[in-house]
Design a protein around this ligand. Sequence first.
Ligand code: HEM
Length: 514
Amino acid sequence: YIWPSPMLDALESARFNQDGHNSDPVSIFITPCTRYLLDPDLDSTTGRSDIADWVRTAYHDMATYNITDGTGGMDASIRFPAENLRPENVGDGFNNTIEALGELVTRYISMADSLALGTIIAIENCGGPEIAFRGGRIDAGGPNTPGVPQPQDDLDSHITDFARQGFTQTEMIGLVACGHTFGGVQQAPFPNIVPVLNDPNNTQSVTHFDSTSVNFDNLIATEYISGTTQNPLVAGSNDTTNSDKRIFGSDGNVTMKSFADSPELFASTCANLIARMLDTVPKGVELTDIITPLPVKPYGVVLSMSGDILKLSGELWNMTADAQRTVNLLWDDHIGGGGNVTMPASGVSTGAGGRYNAAWYSFAPLPVDGPTFLSLDTAAGITNMRFVVDGKLEDQGGVGFAIQDGVVFSETSCYTSNLPPTPEWRIDVAVRNGLNPTRVYLEQIGVTDSVGRVIVPQTDIVPPAQSVPLNANYSLWTVNVTGENFYSIGFEVDDITFSESDSHSIFSFSPCTT
Ligand code: HEM
């Protein structure tokens, strides 16, 4: 895609920028892979793990899918108590997952996309293959029809359930084996399947599916084929709940034998099946193309007006394992000129279990060296950016990285009262003379609807009756607000809408003097 695209930018960052500089807020929950949200120890002694909860949650969210009428699928309907309190969804892993992966949710990333990302991150970071990720899932407005298979169901009903979800019998064997390479069966919700263990290193008495419950590997298959498996859904004392045994053996062990013989085949089969599981969405939902990283990408670009100066800050992500590159930012302005600065290195990050590395460069000197922004002349402004990385021009095939300086936050914004809970404050917006935006408005950040979906309520900023000059090139539009909310500035010009990446709250404002 051509930058900027706020949604693809956000999905791409969450997907490829997991550890290190500017990293996503959730990989901490699975680093190391033994980690469990509710256990203060890094290496959990509960027998539980977040990675197992996340993968199981995605399957249970998807498992309501009905290929005939296109209902159900990955839409985060599992978050509704009416769905996750059903017998087919016994256990607290779903709520744990929603709590942890909810941290990724923004106006651009739905809970359902976050559940998909969580599954991918868990598998990729804990020994599994790279998995194709598409975004664009839409969160359901209510619970779906029941549809998750249970251990006491017979083989025919499992085959029928997976067919309804869009998977053949062979694919069912694969998908169950891929899921059950992580985690196990807990005693509390399944007292008839597994015993109390009295093990200080497994305080929740989880009998694991294979001997490496936080590693993605084919031991689920090798231990099954060699007859040494402790999998409680294979070797359980009550054959009625030995669903893995019935499923794995349903083709005469052909599929499980092939997985036991080849870790590579197991990994590549799982990469395909898990991607398909995650891409099973309700009819009408259109997913994006597979998200791949741009070689270079601006990040956190912010423009603001400070008196007669237009401040520009931001960073560049450069996909490389070499953090020692020479990187320059070149820009074009409104008056046929531009500028060129050398960008200081600002950090490194990795994603997808170390498969993708990035070095970061700042638009401006780092805090220790001076200001964190570039000062631009307001008449010249900025229209477009290009980058030169070790002598190679990066300009998206000639179009450059377009940037909008038409409507920007003004640092004259201030408060008249900071008394909670209803402080009164004023947001000042600088509008470039001659731009003539159709609309300028506030977008309230951090708001959800009655069923937890992110919404962005807008408040129009009324154009001033008479132009109020802020400086030689910008005029002031102002709006009074009350309360402790966060707002971004949005605007429309020539039917195109823009939203700034920054947001503002009274907490960073000074008292008004005018
Ligand atoms: C017939 C199909 C299936 C049955 C009957 C089944 C049954 C179970 C049961 C009873 C548990 C124990 C849950 C707990 O104690 O919290 C479990 C755990 C798990 N299942 Fe399945 N499962 C099936 C398919 C799948 C699939 C297709 C996946 C994913 C691709 C999956 C992923 C998991 C994971 C990761 C766990 C471990 C959870 C943890 O340790 O917290 N399962 N499954």
